[in-house]
Design a protein around this ligand. Structure first.
Ligand code: GNR
Ligand code: NI
Length: 172
């Protein structure tokens, strides 16, 4: 069990475009393991590698509810290959923006192509919370945060709050 610290806004690294994984080796498998440990410990339903400072296109997700059997999935180099016209709204949160929630509208269903930890190319069709989460995580790989999908007024307000908080912590 090894958790790693989660980066919080306004950490500039969260705006990085992560690089594709070339080889799925021991280092990547250890990264995936640490990401699951960090995600379950937080607790969160998803995590992108950049949230622990690793600029690689790796995502972990488990949208199983508390008490349900765990359903961990690791997605390496995930890509959205199709989206539904139908949209859905979900009140999103992010481990990099603790305790802030706001509604975001996204395609209700997406098809995603990715590699699993064995390197096998797979496709999944996602709907519901899983669809929301996988889009949120792929955004992270492109340096995009869910607050980029809300009004500028709300976004500026939350960034300001966390910038102030970071300054106070640095002074403490
Ligand atoms: O734990 C998380 N919950 C969540 C709720 C609604 C929409 C997206 C998410 S993802 C978030 C964890 C996280 O920050 N992943 O990047
Ligand atoms: Ni997030």
């Amino acid at each position: 069990m090894a958790t790693r610290p989660i980066l919080i806004i306004p950490e500039p690294k969260l705006r990085t475009i992560s690089a594709p994984v070339e080889a799925i080796d021991g280092e990547i498998r250890k990264l995936v393991e640490d990401m699951f440990d960090t995600m379950y410990d937080a607790p969160g339903i998803g995590l992108a590698a950049i949230q622990i400072g690793v600029e690689k296109r790796v995502v972990t997700i488990d949208v199983a509810r508390e008490g349900e059997e765990k359903k961990p999935i690791a997605l390496i180099n995930p890509e959205i290959i199709a989206v539904s016209e139908e949209l859905s709204v979900y009140s999103e949160g992010c481990l990099s923006i603790p305790e802030y929630y706001e509604e975001v509208e996204r395609p209700a269903r997406v098809a995603v192509r990715f590699q699993d930890v064995e390197g096998k190319v797979r496709e999944v069709e996602a709907e519901g919370l899983f669809a929301t989460c996988v889009q949120h995580e792929i955004d992270h790989l492109n340096g995009v945060l869910f607050i980029d999908h809300i009004s500028k007024l709300k976004r500026d307000r939350v960034i300001k709050k966390f910038t102030k908080q970071a300054r106070h912590k640095a002074e403490a």
